[in-house]
Design a protein around this ligand. Structure first.
Ligand SMILES: CC(C)(COP(=O)(O)OP(=O)(O)OC[C@H]1O[C@@H](n2cnc3c(N)ncnc32)[C@H](O)[C@@H]1OP(=O)(O)O)[C@@H](O)C(=O)NCCC(=O)NCCS
Length: 346
């Protein structure tokens, strides 16, 4: 009698790992094949109903990603479920830059759900992220319980919201202009320089390559009626500060801000244009996804009144290595200063 024949059914249906793949009786869990990219894209657009550009933007921003970063469940006929991760270099509380496994595109076709496909792929992704040297992992979700089973914990994140002040802040001597980051590559590069300075020591921020700016961040600056303003002095050879905002229904969202030393006052000047934009778009409520730090706090206080802090519960994170405790992973999210920028979403 062969070894397989001798197995009882429950033993046989246990997941059998070899060569990085996991197999059960009918379905194989494995890295995507190079010629299956169109098939996984169809799965994502079917399940999420989103524009292909949303998925493509993050794919393109990590050109060196490996096939094993997209894990699929194949039922013998087609791919029925996927989990993907990107390697994002993030700044840590101890000042180091470490690799974070950014979990994305977790999807199972409706008719293949509740068979454990996604769970098995998440377990496989944890193995692969560790092999890739990721020390922790982050994701965004509305189905938190799905991930809790596999070790991710919900992290409460803060935002601030208030009503547009009756009077606009003052521009002063700053030259503040709207820029189109899609057509103005020089301005995008200047903004990237300001980002690097402002976030040089800011935990939770991503180290962005210029390619990441062009492929992932820039489209997000444009989506949902996005508007970017820069502030500069004199001949504008150097940008001192920038702000990115968007409007959605009745709210204006401030997505990102940055300034260099000496540009603190330019943030107030930018807020004057944000105020003007809100008036122009007939929006009264402003929600700021910005770090809690003195310059931003002051500028926000001039733009809106009745500021209140609100909380999201859609972010989750987990440690992947013994040298970084779960507590260490969660700590910076509750601190003033550290910040995850929404333009880095995945
Ligand atoms: C979330 C999603 C990916 C889960 O996929 P899935 O393959 O059904 O996931 P699993 O089978 O591993 O787990 C789903 C449920 O089935 C249960 N389950 C797992 N194996 C099972 C089995 N053999 N028999 C019955 N139930 C089972 C799990 O316990 C889980 O239970 P819950 O509903 O109480 O949480 C899927 O529902 C989906 O694509 N949703 C839409 C997109 C989405 O929301 N993605 C997440 C974005 S962050």
């Amino acid at each position: 009698m062969s070894h397989i024949q001798a197995m009882t059914l429950p033993e046989y249906s246990k997941f059998d790992r070899w060569a990085g793949n996991v197999r059960d009786m009918a379905t194989i869990y494995r890295p995507v094949n190079a010629d299956e990219e169109a098939e996984v894209m169809r799965l994502w657009t079917t399940v999420f109903g989103d524009d292909k550009a949303l998925f493509q933007s993050n794919q393109d921003s990590e050109p060196n990603r490996q096939l094993h970063q997209t894990l699929v469940a194949h039922d013998g006929e087609r791919i029925v479920s996927t989990v993907q991760y990107f390697n994002r270099h993030t700044r840590m509380l101890d000042g180091t830059v470490q690799k974070m496994g950014a979990i994305a595109n977790v999807a199972t076709f409706q008719e293949a759900r509740k068979q454990g496909h996604s769970g098995k792929l998440l377990e496989l992704a944890i193995d692969w992220m560790r092999k890739d040297g990721c020390t922790w992992s982050q994701l965004f979700t509305g189905v938190n319980a799905h991930y809790e089973r596999y070790g991710w914990k919900t992290i409460q994140t803060r935002y601030r919201e208030g009503t547009l002040a009756s009077e606009a802040p003052v521009v002063g001597s700053w030259r503040v202009v709207p820029v189109n980051p899609r057509s103005d590559s020089k301005s995008l590069a200047q903004i990237a320089q300001v980002y690097d300075v402002y976030n040089a020591n800011r935990p939770l921020t991503h180290v962005r390559t210029m390619l990441h700016w062009e492929k992932a961040v820039m489209p997000r600056m444009m989506w949902t009626n996005g508007v970017t303003y820069t502030a500069c002095e004199g001949d504008c050879s150097k940008v001192s500060a920038y702000v990115v905002c968007k409007t959605n229904d009745d709210k204006l969202f401030i997505q990102e801000i940055g300034y260099i030393p000496g540009g603190e006052d330019a943030v107030n000047a930018l807020m004057a244009l944000v105020h003007e934009l809100a008036v122009h778009r007939n929006v009264q409520i402003v929600r700021a996804h910005l770090p809690f730090e003195p310059v931003v706090n002051d500028a926000l206080g001039r733009l809106v009144s009745g500021i209140e802090t609100g909380y999201y519960r859609y972010m989750m994170a987990r440690s992947l290595v013994d040298s970084l405790s779960q507590e260490d992973v969660e700590k910076p999210f509750a601190m003033d200063g550290p910040h995850f920028w929404p333009l880095d979403d995945f």
